[in-house]
Design a protein around this ligand. Structure first.
Ligand SMILES: [Zn+2]
Ligand SMILES: [Zn+2]
Length: 347
């Protein structure tokens, strides 16, 4: 198979011909039809993710058809159209049995713990517990765009943040995760404040349902600006970027008893940010992490997509080939992308 491959962190990834994968007894092989390029792939390539063992094939946001099936798989067959959450659960640990596969103790993550989907084929373990059947009216590109950013935002806003219609939501950072959170918040009937430093991203945020857009470079204090425009702060706030400053702003712009949800990854030098814990105590704030979404929660998200309330395809920016993706991965830290980049041809 053709695949993106690297032997060292931080050196240019290459497109190579590698052996086709074979399924485990409980796994499948998926012929990849579309796969998203995500900042987590860049972090992995930089060596920020201890799960990655070299050499490596990245890619974790994927959709395709099943091309090989392990002998113990019951719910899926050859040719099925499927997608999979980027965190797959083992199905038998305490977390999986309680329905929390997204924090499984033995999790399988394509593109991190195992070789991923920047390839013609990808092997996925624990298929019965994790694969999601794709309805015919959801395209592979749309499904790939759900993979981590949209699904993660869905869980962050709906399940962790418990956002209600009529509440205020602040979203710090308008990349793929942030724009997804804005669209989901607006669909739930919340009023959304979008915060970023890029005018084109803020314009897209407003087009996707943000009520207010704040350019964080144009205000002296971001949390003050949010508190002012919302009459005392937001009910739910998401740090979609993953930076000590946006994390801190996201906590400080909450109203009393508000909920902060950390979605943007905090890696390397940013792994242990200072947060205003005195405010957390005095205002009884709630601080949550959010890490992927269980496959069984896809039903609710897919229903909102099929009814037209959510349109993740509007987040898709560029569509590129696998060959184009190698240099695109290596330059991701420059934040030039607007929306989600999808690899839709494995050439
Ligand atoms: Zn498990
Ligand atoms: Zn991702």
């Amino acid at each position: 198979m053709r695949a993106m491959y690297y032997e060292q962190f931080g050196t240019a990834p290459e497109i190579r011909t590698l052996p086709d994968p074979t399924p485990t007894n409980a796994g499948v092989v998926i012929s990849v039809k579309a796969t998203g390029l995500c900042r987590s792939d860049w972090h992995g390539w930089m060596g920020h993710d201890p799960d990655i063992k070299l050499p490596h094939v990245p890619g974790h946001e994927l959709a395709g058809t099943i091309s090989a099936v392990g002998r113990d798989v019951r719910r899926f067959k050859l040719g099925d159209r499927v997608t999979v959450p980027f965190v797959s659960g083992c199905g038998h640990c305490m977390e999986c049995r309680s329905g929390n596969q997204q924090v499984c103790e033995e999790q399988f993550q394509p593109g991190f713990t195992h070789w991923g989907s920047f390839a013609e084929y990808v092997a996925i373990d624990y298929a019965d517990q994790n694969l999601v059947h794709l309805p015919e009216d959801i395209s592979y590109e749309t499904a790939a765009s759900l993979g981590c950013r949209f699904a993660t935002s869905f869980r962050a806003v709906v399940d962790q943040g418990r956002l209600q219609g009529g509440e205020w939501l602040a979203v710090h950072g308008c990349g793929g995760v942030g724009l997804s959170a804005i669209m989901i918040g607006a669909a739930l009937g919340a009023n959304v404040v979008a915060i970023d430093i890029a005018e084109d991203k803020l314009a897209l945020a407003k087009a996707l349902g943000a009520t207010v857009a704040i350019d964080s470079r144009s205000v002296a204090d971001v949390s003050e600006a949010v508190r002012e425009v919302t009459g005392g702060g937001v009910h739910v706030s998401v740090d979609a970027l993953g930076h000590p400053q946006t994390c801190c702003n996201s906590i400080l712009n909450l109203r009393r008893r508000g909920r902060h949800v950390q979605v943007g990854l905090m890696l390397a030098d940013h792994a242990t940010p200072a947060i205003p814990m005195a405010r957390v105590i005095a205002h009884e704030l709630e601080i949550y992490g959010s890490h992927g979404m269980q496959s069984w929660r896809y039903d609710a998200m897919l229903r909102m997509i099929r009814s037209g309330k959510l349109s993740p395809d509007r987040l898709i920016g560029r569509r590129i080939t696998l060959t184009d993706a190698a240099p695109a991965l290596a330059t991701m830290d420059s934040f030039r992308e607007n929306g989600i980049t999808i690899i839709d041809r494995m050439i």
